[in-house]
Design a protein around this ligand. Sequence first.
Ligand code: SME
Length: 160
Amino acid sequence: MAEEIIVSESEDKASKYESLVPQIMALIQDEPNRIANQANLVAALKTAMDYFWVGFYKVAGDELVLGPFQGPVACTRIARGSGVCGAVWEKKETIIVPDVDKFPGHIACSSESKSEIVVPVIRDNEVVYVLDVDSTTQDDFNQTDKIWLEKLLKMAEEYL
Ligand code: SME
């Protein structure tokens, strides 16, 4: 197993993801424990991309429940349809929020979070988790993040 994630500081975002994704796959694909793999995936993303908060919420009945994450403590449960995470669960689609104050119903776990992207993890056509990534800078996420995070989660889904 790799002991550290290596991504050059000088690289642009797409190049960082390009070198990061195979490292994450190498980290998780021989490990059968889903929680261990979720934990390493969020740690790798936080380390390489320097986001403020990165974490999973797991679908459990009619709620999302906080899973492995990196960053400050966060809201534990989110109802279906609530906040950005609940909306992504309902729509089964990634949502990019350039300014959290302009997203109706946004749930502020931290006042420091200014923009976010939430990506669903889909198994057998059902959302099983959402991955939430927060930044302290407005407008920090774009189509590059959407493309790469969706690609990563599609590749990683069977190990999560
Ligand atoms: N902002 C999210 C809640 C989760 S925290 O940001 C970690 C939302 O509106 O669903």
